[in-house]
Design a protein. Structure first.
Length: 154
């Protein structure tokens, strides 16, 4: 028997809550861990506050606060561009790279690693589809909200 979509969503939410609760460790919060992961893997041209905010679907102000905390902790540092000295690139320090060895996401990765290849591939494909659907629905809601704002002001 196929489980209900609601029951599956509840299990997914529990996995997310459990993973998020693990991410309050090493003096960091989940957003700071996400930023460390992002800057560890980002192309040099995408190592900015704006690119990080866009990737994580957050505001520039929220992203700036997260990055400021990591700079203060000595986990990120600013590097001026070689060609354009006005350009700032955010780079992990050695301490920031070392801290990723204790990334709480490793716990979730280990749990996923216990799946057989078929289940892992199926789950990865399904989660990709779910994420795309959620992002499209969010974009649709934001589009409706933006179109409604001028009417509300009139």
């Amino acid at each position: 028997m196929r489980p209900s979509a609601r029951a599956t969503a509840e299990v997914m939410a529990q996995v997310l809550r459990t993973t998020a609760s693990l991410a309050f460790t090493e003096g960091l919060n989940p957003a700071q861990w996400a930023a460390l992961r992002y800057f560890a893997g980002a192309n040099p041209s995408a190592r900015s506050v704006v690119a990080f905010a866009r990737y994580h679907g957050t505001t520039k102000g929220t992203a700036s606060q997260t990055i400021a905390a990591l700079l203060k902790k000595g986990l990120l540092e600013r590097h001026k561009g070689e060609r354009d000295r006005r350009t700032i690139s955010l780079v992990l320090t050695d301490e920031g790279r070392g801290l990723l060895a204790h990334d709480p996401l490793n716990e979730l990765a280990a749990a996923v690693g216990t799946l057989g290849e078929h289940d892992h591939r199926a789950m990865a494909a399904a989660l990709d589809q779910i994420l795309r659907t959620l992002l499209a629905r969010r974009a649709g809601r934001n589009g409706r909200r933006n179109r409604a704002e001028p009417e509300a002001a009139a």
